[in-house]
Write a protein that binds this ligand. Structure first.
Ligand code: HEC
Ligand code: HEC
Ligand code: HEC
Ligand code: HEC
Ligand code: HEC
Ligand code: HEC
Ligand code: HEC
Length: 660
């Protein structure tokens, strides 16, 4: 927290202790016409305070909600997106509604015979949370004497109840367990409704005046300034305080969220999740579920168990806000005689640490809180078209959000599974055919010679790479479908997958260097005739020759380890599959470091599904590869043995050598 905020909080906490302000000058009370007020006339606060404070400016800058007080039904119509025709803007909001912590004080009674209120008689402070709470539901009050209770849930004409019902947020320092709420498992809820209220952070610390010199500037004027000395003087501010306090300070104006070390990819998470999405994850009170206008509203509440007649509270929905970041909302259905529509109201309060979402599986799983179905599509949120599926599920990918293990694309997995199953079927059919053929044509004794085929480095490299790929497929599967692997922690597999990926990357780079330096790379490069004549011969062998126990069409030696089909397969593997997988993996890993680069290449919503599809392709390759090792030697295990010991019994061909 920076020093200005500490200073402000100090100021405001002093304000909370409702003491008369001896520094405030005497106030001459004036009437509507600007003349000295006399008993029996209405007092004009605008004129009285306007002798020193610029009340014209103040009233102009007060946003329309706070200038006049419309009747509750109009308010509700406004909030739920109906342009009502009965706009009864009656009461004018007065200075003291917000600036006097004791609303019952009557100005007339405090004045002397000259109609002057002597300094120190009137309580004048920055607005307290209770001041704001007189309209924004009494629940906002932090009163130790009275336990927090709910407003009359049937009082559809009560402004407080109506404003409260939009979200059910309660701004109170009181512990939930000590409140009067009949809330389920109350005794275990040993924390306050709102951590800020508990730590004497008041409404005005966040909803401060835009030109209050001791508040952090709403907009950073200059990036290279930590402190701008050119602030308004206290005098100027007190005279003309901007009352447009619609925009609150963002959480990061006060907090440096350096904790959260348990959360990997912190920046990435913060880019896509507002702080409230974890910190206001549960609202300990009921809120509107459905408001029917006919013409008096009837209200149905969520967060109440009707059967047991007990408050359960509710979990808000997480939907992308105007900046594409997930934000908690209550979604309210409204209906009148002809229409039905939904409206989302944002939640910014009821912040706490105890109920903050922490478990990776709360979000990264198929039951992710981010993927809960919605009762309907909120009309006021500007969601991308098609965002809500037929079953009411949000399609986060359309909002540019790809939650690993959560909103994966089903068709990627079906396609991948098809490729793998296809490979398995082909391989099994071939294997069975070979087995049957071997019954008919018992093995001939092809002359063989023992050759040192694979150097120590090559074998080490191969097995390391094989182990890494297997481990990456396993950990990758656990990241992709975490609920299939409930016994491993999501964060553990994420870290493991990253580490394995880097070892693979280094191992692949070293191997590239080795193959380039030693010239071995030549073996891997398919020659033009590999593609046609020679591949054809190899295919013929696998489709026919192998069943007749014919010799391999190409002789193998340390300089010619790969047959033409293998060349093509490895060329594809090493030049397309592996680099693509490494690249997509690196970009996903680095998407918080280089968001622009990752974004330019489609972002996580493209990289994620691509990476999964390529992983399926790897699995298919692996199956094929392992099967083909059984075709290379006299025994099924010969291929694998030779990769372990380095020596291989290769066929000696009587025919002329077929390699180049
Ligand atoms: C005679 C001039 C005068 C009149 C009239 C006057 N004020 Fe003030 N007001 C001041 C001065 C000077 C200060 C700064 C002194 C201080 O800090 O108390 C001030 C400070 C304030 C503050 C800040 C107090 C704090 O502790 O943060 C508020 C709020 C305020 N006035 C409201 C009002 C309201 C509401 C009225 C009308 C009922 C009013 N004033 C009438 C001169 C006046
Ligand atoms: C709806 C509530 C509301 C009403 C009505 C209102 N104010 Fe304020 N006023 C505020 C808030 C909020 C601030 C900013 C407090 C902060 O930045 O800490 C403020 C700030 C001030 C300040 C600067 C001192 C301070 O407390 O920061 C003065 C002076 C002031 N108001 C006077 C008036 C006068 C005079 C009127 C009547 C014309 C009036 N206000 C009406 C809410 C209100
Ligand atoms: C006299 C009643 C009243 C008082 C006192 C009051 N408000 Fe409001 N405020 C309203 C109403 C009504 C709305 C409109 C709510 C809605 O439509 O959702 C509103 C809206 C707001 C909004 C949303 C702004 C916008 O433009 O949509 C903020 C922020 C707010 N109030 C903060 C405060 C703060 C901070 C205080 C205390 C200084 C306060 N209010 C005191 C009645 C009041
Ligand atoms: C810790 C900071 C913080 C405190 C304390 C705080 N608010 Fe807010 N409030 C916010 C933020 C952030 C927003 C959303 C940003 C915005 O629209 O200004 C918000 C929004 C609102 C809104 C508008 C909701 C909407 O849907 O537009 C109202 C009304 C409001 N606050 C009233 C209050 C009242 C009344 C209090 C005190 C009882 C209070 N707030 C205390 C941070 C705070
Ligand atoms: C005006 C400054 C301010 C703003 C804005 C603000 N906070 Fe705070 N917050 C504080 C202060 C001060 C504390 C108390 C810190 C303490 O006592 O250590 C606090 C406490 C907290 C705590 C409780 C920490 C604990 O140890 O229990 C959480 C969680 C928190 N804030 C989250 C948020 C979130 C989320 C937002 C945005 C909606 C936000 N804050 C906005 C000033 C602010
Ligand atoms: C993914 C969910 C998540 C997000 C997003 C998140 N937090 Fe937290 N935060 C938590 C959890 C869980 C804790 C409690 C940690 C603990 O108990 O050790 C916490 C703790 C805190 C604390 C208490 C001090 C501490 O570090 O333990 C503050 C303050 C805080 N968060 C503020 C913020 C702010 C500000 C943001 C937005 C920039 C934010 N948080 C975003 C989950 C989150
Ligand atoms: C509140 C929900 C939430 C929680 C809790 C959460 N995440 Fe995330 N996670 C997200 C969202 C949202 C993204 C961003 C997706 C995007 O950028 O499209 C994300 C992204 C990620 C990414 C991908 C980052 C990248 O750039 O490739 C990883 C890895 C991840 N989370 C791991 C974790 C782990 C491990 C935990 C538990 C310690 C965790 N998450 C907890 C919601 C959550």
């Amino acid at each position: 927290l920076n020093k200005f905020i500490v200073f402000t909080l100090l100021l405001s906490s002093l304000g909370c202790v409702a003491k008369a302000n001896p520094f405030h000058p005497d106030i001459q009370l004036l009437n509507e016409n600007g003349m000295v007020w006399r008993e029996g006339q209405p007092i004009s606060q605008t004129n009285s305070c306007g002798q020193c404070h610029d009340t014209t400016f103040i009233l102009d800058s007060l946003n329309h909600h706070h200038q006049t007080l419309s009747d509750p039904l109009t308010r509700l119509n406004d909030a739920l997106g109906i342009t009502s025709n009965s706009a009864l803007k009656t009461d004018i909001v007065e200075c003291l509604d917000c600036h006097n912590p004791k609303p019952e004080q009557s100005l007339g009674d405090l004045a002397d015979e000259q109609s002057v209120i002597a300094s120190g008689k009137l309580l004048l402070t920055s607005p307290t949370s209770d001041n704001c709470g007189t309209c924004h539901s009494q629940r906002w009050q932090a009163d130790e004497q009275r336990p927090v209770s709910l407003p009359n849930l049937n009082a559809t004409a009560d402004l407080q109840a109506l404003l409260f019902g939009l979200t059910g947020e309660i701004f109170s320092a009181q512990k939930i367990s000590e409140s009067a709420l009949n809330i389920r498992n109350k005794e275990t809820l040993n924390f306050s409704f709102d951590s800020h209220a508990e730590r004497v952070v008041a409404c005005t610390d966040c909803h401060s005046s835009q030109n209050n010199p001791v508040q952090p500037p709403a907009r950073a004027q200059s990036k290279n300034l930590r402190f701008d000395p050119r602030t308004l003087s206290a005098h100027d501010y007190l005279q003309r305080p901007n009352h447009e306090f619609g925009r609150a300070h963002s959480c990061t104006a006060c907090h440096e969220p350096t904790g959260h070390t348990w959360l990997p990819y912190r920046e990435q998470h913060f880019n896509k999740l507002t702080c409230e999405s974890c910190h206001s994850a549960w609202i300990a009170a009921p809120a509107f579920a459905h408001v029917a206008f006919k013409p008096e509203p009837t209200i149905q509440w969520r967060g109440i168990d009707e059967q047991e007649n007990i408050v359960t509270g509710y979990r808000p929905w997480l939907l992308p806000n105007a900046h594409g970041r997930l934000q908690p909302y209550n979604v309210i259905e409204s209906s009148d005689a002809n229409n039905r529509w939904w409206q989302a109201t944002a939640i910014h309060h009821n912040v706490n640490k105890s109920q903050a979402t922490r478990a990776c599986s709360d979000c990264h799983s198929k039951n992710s809180v981010l993927l809960r179905s919605l009762p309907g599509e909120p009309a006021n949120l500007n969601l991308p078209t098609g965002f809500i599926s037929a079953e009411g599920k949000p399609n986060l990918a359309l909002a540019g959000i790809y939650v690993l293990g959560g909103n994966t694309l089903p068709w990627v997995d079906w396609l991948g599974l098809l490729i793998v199953l296809g490979t398995l079927v082909a391989v099994s059919a071939h294997g069975i055919a070979r087995y049957l053929a071997s019954k008919r044509h018992p093995a001939k004794d092809t002359p063989r010679e023992r050759v040192y085929m694979y150097s120590r480095y090559q074998r080490l490299w191969h097995w390391l790479q094989a182990a890494l790929i297997l481990a990456l497929i396993a950990t990758g599967a656990a990241v992709h479908k975490p609920w299939l692997f409930p016994w491993v922690g999501f964060d553990v597999v994420v870290h493991a997958h990253n580490i394995l990926g880097f070892i693979l990357f280094v191992n692949a780079a070293l191997a590239l260097f080795y193959h380039l330096a030693s010239g071995e790379i030549k073996q891997f490069i398919p020659m033009p005739d590999d593609f046609f004549v020679r591949s054809y011969q190899q295919v013929q062998f696998y489709l026919k020759g192998i069943f007749n126990n014919e010799a391999h069409p190409f002789e193998k030696d340390p300089q010619h380890k790969l047959n033409p089909l293998q060349k093509i397969a490895y060329f594809g593997l090493l030049n397309v599959l592996l680099p693509a997988q490494v690249l997509t993996g690196l970009l996903m890993w680095g998407s918080q470091e280089w968001p622009l680069l990752a974004g330019a290449l489609g972002g996580l919503t493209l990289l994620g599904p691509l990476h999964s599809l390529l992983a399926w392709a790897f699995l298919a390759f692996l199956i094929m590869h392992i099967y083909l090792t059984t075709t290379s030697g006299p025994k099924l295990s010969s291929g694998i043995e030779s990769m372990i010991v380095g020596w291989e019994d290769v066929e000696i061909h009587q025919r002329e050598k077929k390699h180049e």
